[in-house]
Design a protein around this ligand. Structure first.
Ligand code: ADP
Ligand code: ASP
Ligand code: MG
Length: 484
């Protein structure tokens, strides 16, 4: 059984949705063939489960409209309603011949979008947008695209049915970034999906969304459809989780920034987890966890180039690789430094610093402390920077007054560049080569940290120098096209 997830770019236009339907139909045929033949020996069960994101750009439109509604501007949500209705109806009109099927879909789109308009109207009346309200609005895109894709699959001869993940992925109530409850979710998935799949139906499940035990809609965080696919794959003990996107797999760097980036045949879970955590948008950072726990291979494939083998992500890679495999960057960060001679040998400063940070629920992406102990610096998202600095000034008010801590300084427009590869472990000289590459181009490294796994070296550089830093490191390690 395989899970196939198609991202927003894969379902952005009529042509791409048509391409997706062909890819799914071919997979269904292969699986059915395998069930009668060789797959019997391997013990794999047949079946295909599809997970789909909103059509490209739709989630942003929905969120922008809800935010405008909260600010009293009703035009964006009214425009969004009519635009989205047309956009989905055009695809249905072009890809579905059956008039009854088209009419049914038209009603469904209309109902969902009326509901969206009603919600936005009440947001305007309240003048406030809660995270809970936003989750209802932002999940509308998947609740339009999934029934659409299911109908397009039926038009292609695939017996398919839409399923709302609110029935399957049961989460806590951390709206905007909800966590699946790992007791309830697998049971729900199995009860609802296995009978369907055993009777030959291909379920098309909404990515990104879930619901609390009480049925209140939640979302798994931006880009979270990858995570949905992994949760469902783990719950159903899939043979493979396929992430279909718009590039030939996981690449040595973001191809939009480093032109020579090339796709990699194989990566370990550890490597891809580091890449995703440090900003490689191709996979949502939480995707790896369910796959690792259930030891299910992940594959990243290109909807627009389906014969390309893409990238396979497994527990241990077969290739021996000494050194750096890929580089990535996280942007819009702030570097905060707590410094002072009074910190030397005084226990508890680090603990108090990170307690204060944790109270602001800020995510610390990197920590670095000089061996002289005169300073600790760490990096948080820019959006959380002011709150963290404020909390530290309160926490260390006494030390600041007594000059034991001289300053709590902060620098905006910071980027972390992460250099990744499990083979860096025990390979000396990598950090030196990174520094040389940057030094030659006069790029200043503000701080550096290495994780204990040694699969990652992280550097802090200025936003203005980040792209050049990525290209410099990519060149130095010859990661680009034409290299081995
Ligand atoms: P989807 O709509 O399929 O979820 P995303 O836009 O979320 O697609 O992710 C795919 C994009 O991620 C690619 O188009 C690429 O520009 C970007 N990206 C960033 N870093 C990498 C990387 N290391 N490998 C591949 N793609 C990357
Ligand atoms: N549609 C959602 C988003 O744009 C989820 C996803 O695409 O994975 O964030
Ligand atoms: Mg994505």
């Amino acid at each position: 059984m395989i899970v196939m997830k198609f991202g927003g770019t894969s379902v952005g236009t009529t042509e791409s949705i048509d391409g997706v339907a062909k890819i799914v139909a071919a997979a269904v045929e292969r699986q059915a063939g395998g069930a009668e033949g060789e797959a019997d020996q391997s013990g794999e069960s047949p079946g295909v489960l599809v997970v789909v994101s909103a059509m490209g750009g739709v989630t942003n439109t929905l969120i922008d409209a809800a935010q405008a509604a909260a600010a009293g501007d009703e035009t964006p949500y009214r425009d969004a309603r009519s635009q989205l209705l047309v956009r989905h109806q055009v695809v249905a009109g072009q890809l579905i011949e059956d008039g009854v099927e088209r009419a049914g879909l038209g009603r469904l789109f209309d109902n969902r979008l009326r509901e969206f308009e009603r919600l936005c109207r009440s947001i305007t009346v309240l003048g406030e947008l809660t995270q809970r309200g936003l989750d209802v609005v932002s999940g509308v895109g998947e609740r339009l695209s999934a029934p659409l894709l299911a109908a397009v699959l039926r038009a292609n001869g695939v017996n398919s049915q839409f399923v709302d993940a609110g029935e399957l992925i049961i989460t806590d109530d951390q709206f905007g970034n909800a966590n699946p409850l790992m007791e309830a979710t697998p049971a729900r998935c199995r009860d609802r999906l296995l009978p369907m799949m055993q009777s030959g139906v291909v379920p098309v499940v909404t990515g990104f969304v879930g619901a609390t035990e009480k049925g209140v809609p939640t979302t798994l965080g931006r880009g979270g459809s990858d995570y949905s696919a992994a949760i469902l794959g783990a719950a159903l003990d899939a043979d493979e989780i396929q992430i279909w996107t718009d590039v030939d797999g996981v690449m040595t760097a973001d191809p939009r920034i480093v032109e020579t980036a090339q796709s990699m045949e194989e990566l370990s879970y550890e490597e891809v987890a580091e890449l995703a955590y440090y900003g490689a948008k191709v996979l949502h950072p939480k995707t790896v966890t369910p796959a690792v726990e259930s030891k299910i291979p992940l594959r990243v494939l290109n909807t627009f180039n389906p014969s390309h083998p893409g990238t396979r992500i497994v527990e241990k890679t077969h290739q021996l690789h000494h050194g750096v495999k890929a580089i990535t960057a996280v942007r819009e960060l702030r570097l905060i430094t707590v410094a002072g001679r009074g910190m030397i040998g005084v226990p508890g400063i680090a603990a108090r610093t990170f307690d204060a940070v944790a109270r602001q629920r800020a995510n610390v992406l990197m920590i670095s402390q000089g061996s002289s102990e005169q300073s600790i610096c760490f990096v948080v998202p820019e959006a959380e920077g002011d709150a963290v600095v404020g909390a530290l000034k309160v926490e260390f008010a006494r030390e600041l007054a007594q000059n034991m801590i001289e300053e709590i300084s902060h620098q905006p427009d910071i980027v972390i560049v992460a250099v990744i590869g499990a083979g860096m472990k025990g390979t000396p000289g990598i950090a030196a080569r990174v520094f040389n590459a940057l030094g030659e181009r006069n790029i200043n490294v503000i701080a550096i940290a290495q994780g204990s796994s040694e699969a990652n070296i992280s550097l802090v550089v200025l936003q203005t120098e980040a792209d050049e830093a990525l290209r410099a490191i990519h060149d130095t390690f010859e990661l680009g096209n034409g290299a081995d």
